[in-house]
Design a protein around this ligand. Structure first.
Ligand code: HEM
Length: 393
């Protein structure tokens, strides 16, 4: 296994990680990323194989669990019940309960609401230059996931603050101040969800919280702690990535000189998938090996960890000719922006719907939309989203 080094907080890298990904991929199927002290896979075949292989998983093996620093305990107390950090049978139980509420009919039924919200946001755009992330991309996902779950959307700013503070725990260059903020947010968010769930027990409605509460009350299916964590996970995961999928997608389309006919009904889905392949918002997820496993000539021992580089896999010249070029007309090949296998993103249909309902309206109503300043990505690796998207119409 060859080694490579690259600081994940280097400002040039954060602006364009893809050149590094190409260099790393050329070194072999499994490459040791020194700064993370982690073997990583940068190609499509190895990434796809690891994510689909049940001998790898997200749950940390018993003997690899590190002691939790007391000041971070509230954060890990919430995370301990997250389906994203678990494997079957707990993972299957939690995931199937959530999927009951995410039926394709219910998701598809949200389209008119997303379109109405999109129109309202566009109606309220300021004149002159403005930040499209702030005025558009950030609002749609949080309002829609709050409605789907059944949390008052008037809480959206508070939900965004809690969520930003919590997900900062996964960022490169985490500091004590970030850990303290995440712990406070976890305590407050969990306390809010706990009391809100109590209140909602007597007020059932046609929303996800009601169906989760019913599962909890029906017996052993869901504990109150699991219910609280599941709501927090859905609220956080439900908007953090989608905001930047929309932001990166609009940036990509504007840099390509506008969407031409790429957002027409016949080409819309392919265009959305190409934006997700070309510049996805989440670049890395890790897995643990539970057995001795050979991946393209590299042997992982039980207890080894591996970084799966989703955004690097998406620029692999194997599945995609001229992978570094944004081309919605290219032959479609499945990308890994939503992962694959057991932990495949629960919210993928919702995220896709939010993009396909909002982007055509945005460009239809604002045909002159253009960049007013060069967009810059936030230094928050492995997240890959813009600091701001300053546009004018
Ligand atoms: C474009 C937007 C989104 C992207 C790029 C994205 C990406 C991902 C990825 C890559 C994973 C798999 C992680 C792994 O394999 O380790 C994942 C899992 C997950 N996502 Fe998303 N996601 C998005 C939107 C959403 C939305 C809207 C929701 C909720 C409504 C959501 C909820 C979840 C949950 C609950 C999981 C954990 C699934 C499990 O462990 O079985 N995501 N997402």
């Amino acid at each position: 296994m060859l080694h490579i080094s690259q600081s994940p907080t280097d400002p040039d890298f954060v602006q364009n990680p893809y050149a590094f990904y190409d260099r790393a991929r050329a070194l072999g199927p499994v490459v040791y990323w020194e700064d993370y002290k982690l073997p990583c896979v940068f190609g499509f075949a190895a990434s796809n194989a690891i994510l689909r292989d049940r001998r790898f998983g997200r749950e940390v093996p018993e003997d690899k669990r590190k002691p939790i620093a007391p000041h971070t305990a509230p954060f890990y107390a919430v995370e301990a019940h997250s389906m994203l950090e678990l494997e079957p049978p707990r993972h299957s139980r939690l995931r199937s309960l959530v999927l009951r509420g995410f039926t394709s009919r219910r998701i598809a039924g949200l389209r008119p609401e997303i379109e109405t919200l999109t129109h309202q946001l566009i109606d309220a755009f300021p004149t002159g230059q403005f930040d499209l992330l702030d005025a558009f991309a950030e609002t749609i996902p949080v309002v829609i996931i709050a409605r789907l779950l059944g949390v008052p959307e008037s809480m959206k700013d508070q939900l965004l603050r809690w969520s930003h503070d919590m997900v900062a725990m996964y960022q490169a260059g985490r500091t004590r101040a970030m850990e303290d903020a995440a712990a406070t947010a976890s305590t407050e968010f969990a306390a809010f969800m706990r009391s809100y769930i109590e209140e909602r027990r007597t007020k059932p409605a046609d929303d996800l919280i009601t169906s989760l509460i019913q599962a909890e009350e029906a017996g052993e299916k869901l504990s109150t702690d699991e219910l609280v964590t599941t709501c927090i996970l859905l609220l956080n995961a439900g908007h953090e990535a989608t905001v930047h999928a929309i932001g990166n997608g609009v940036k990509t389309l504007l840099e390509a000189g506008g969407p031409r006919d790429w957002l027409s009904p016949a080409k819309l889905d392919a265009t959305i998938e190409e934006t997700l392949r070309y510049d996805p918002p989440l670049h890395m997820f890790t897995r643990w090996a539970y057995e001795r496993i050979d991946v393209m000539g590299h042997v992982f021992e039980p207890g080894d960890e591996v970084g799966v580089m989703l955004a690097a896999a998406a620029r692999d010249p194997g599945p995609w000719e001229d992978a570094g070029v944004f081309n919605p007309e290219r032959p479609q090949s499945p990308h890994l922006a939503f992962g694959v296998g057991l932990h495949f993103c629960v919210g993928a249909p919702l995220a896709r719907l939010e993009m396909s309902a909002s982007l055509p309206l945005l460009f239809e109503r604002l045909p002159g939309l253009r960049l007013a300043a060069p967009p810059r990505y936030s230094n928050k690796y492995h997240f890959h989203g813009l600091e701001a998207l300053i546009v004018e119409t």
